[in-house]
Design a protein around this ligand. Structure first.
Ligand code: ADP
Length: 450
């Protein structure tokens, strides 16, 4: 049981305390009539319960808040007061919006319609977040971790909200320092590793060096390990940046069809080198988009009429994602085929990369896009990797409001899907025109399909 769960139980007790106090008063009134003795025993035990609840609430260091259906704070413990800077008696009776001011990292107010409590009152489902920020009464930004749960009546209407929150500013700062250390260290180490890799490549090049076959063998192994190390440092650097929002990105209007064709033509050699069949389809099926619609917008690429799939993203970052997923498909597939496809509907542009490799066990799928996660099987033990690639992919795709996921069956293969918000052609052309206007120095990175 985690601390939040324990706290929820604590708050449950407190809420029970409030309810019991009402019963207590009722019984107290009744106690003036017949059966007074019985009721007074019950009343004192309820009073004890109330006392216990208030002891618990006062002792909890985390903030505990109870908001009624009118959005008014009914309960605010000393922990909440310490975190927010609002006194218990000040906060009680106020609308929660006045006390819990959710902001982004820069301190800009978050639109109230998407703030957690508004969502909870609307949707009635528990919300957890370890990455929130609020402004204290004095205007200081603090990092907040919280769990807010609805109090539902028999008809599942939200009667109120109970929440537990904790100031995690120190933890977040420590995390930030760790990320900075990793990014500085990996940046510093990448440079000498690149030099070693370069010299090993020269030593292995028979046009510039003469070495015997045994030395060649050793150097090849050293070269492969150095390449792996260089990739690890690069991935560490990128993931540290992705985590603290420092990933550089220069999004522009991108016609994914023409762009992906080029990316695939650069990548296909690695698949062919391994003896894998390679396929590229635009506008075909093979996706899990619901309510698929045929596209109304078409354009001409080479000689083929095909839909135009516009999105707004940095083509270099997107290339990193497709390359990573494609390289994995090749890396983990021994025989068969790697297919890359592009499809979509009016809202979504979808890239998919399918392989006939070993597949991914169901229990691993939920963890695959987490940092350092590698499926523990014979293939991954022998095939090198950092477990950072898919984490970086997720961070990049989320940067553009998209989603990446996998569907897989062990023994049959895997399909990775990348969904990006689609721009309709008219909007894309308008945006391209204004991009061209606003930046006469920087050329538009979008690839035209003509
Ligand atoms: P790695 O550097 O280990 O490849 P990734 O983050 O790119 O790291 O991938 C995480 C893990 O997901 C891999 O270690 C592997 O176990 C699994 N995986 C990724 N792609 C595939 C695939 N196409 N087929 C089977 N397993 C895969």
């Amino acid at each position: 049981m985690d601390t939040h769960t324990l706290l929820i139980i604590g708050v449950g007790l407190a809420v029970a305390g409030i309810v019991s106090s009402a019963i207590f008063q009722y019984l107290h009134k009744r106690a003036n009539g017949s059966g007074a003795k019985k009721a007074s025993v019950l009343a004192s035990s309820l009073r004890d319960e109330k006392l216990k609840s208030s002891i618990i609430l006062n002792a909890i260091e985390d903030g505990v808040i109870l908001v009624d259906e009118q959005q008014v704070i009914q309960l605010f413990n000393p922990g909440a007061a310490k975190i927010t800077g609002w006194k218990v008696e000040e906060a009680r009776g106020l609308a929660w919006q006045s006390v819990l001011k959710f902001v982004d990292k820069k301190g800009e107010a978050i639109d109230e319609t998407v703030s957690p409590l508004t969502k909870l009152f609307k949707e009635g489902e528990t919300i957890r977040n370890n990455d929130a920020n609020i402004l204290t009464k004095s205007g200081k930004i603090i990092a907040l971790s919280f769990v807010f749960s609805p109090l539902l009546d028999d008809q599942k209407n939200v009667n109120g909200v109970v929440g537990i929150f904790r100031d995690v500013s120190e933890e977040r700062q420590a995390e930030q320092q760790r990320a900075e250390f990793i990014s500085t260290a990996s940046h510093e180490m990448r440079t000498p590793v690149a030099a070693i890799e370069g010299y090993l490549a020269l030593a292995l090049n028979d046009k510039v060096s003469t070495i015997d076959s045994r030395a060649h063998d050793y150097l090849e192994k050293a070269h492969a390990s150095t390449q792996h190390l260089g990739k690890l440092f690069q991935d560490l650097l990128t993931s540290a940046k992705a985590e603290d929002g420092r990933l550089t990105s220069h999004p522009s209007v991108l016609e994914v069809g023409a762009w992906l064709e080029q990316v695939v033509s650069d990548l296909k050699f690695s698949a062919e080198k391994k003896g894998l069949f390679m396929e590229f389809t635009v506008g075909g099926n093979g996706t899990s988009i619901d309510a698929r619609q045929t596209d109304e917008v078409t354009g001409i690429t080479g000689k083929t009429l095909r839909p135009l799939y516009y999105t707004h993203a940095d083509p270099d970052r997107l290339r990193e994602v497709v390359t990573n997923v494609f390289d994995n498909a090749v890396k983990y597939t021994e025989t068969g085929k790697v297919s890359v496809g592009l499809t979509g509907n009016n809202q979504v542009v979808q890239i998919y990369i399918r392989d006939t490799g070993p597949g991914i066990p169901r229990e691993d799928i939920g963890h695959l896009f987490q940092k350092f996660y590698r499926v523990d099987n014979s293939a991954t033990r022998t095939i090198g990797g950092t477990g950072l690639g898919l984490f970086i992919c997720r961070k990049i795709i989320e940067l553009y409001g998209g989603r990446i996921w996998v569907e897989s069956e062990v023994g049959k293969g895997s399909t990775f899907f990348i969904n990006l918000p689609r721009l309709d052609t008219q909007k894309a052309e308008q945006m391209q025109a204004s991009e061209a206007k606003s930046s006469t120095l920087t050329p538009i990175t979008s690839l035209s399909s003509s």
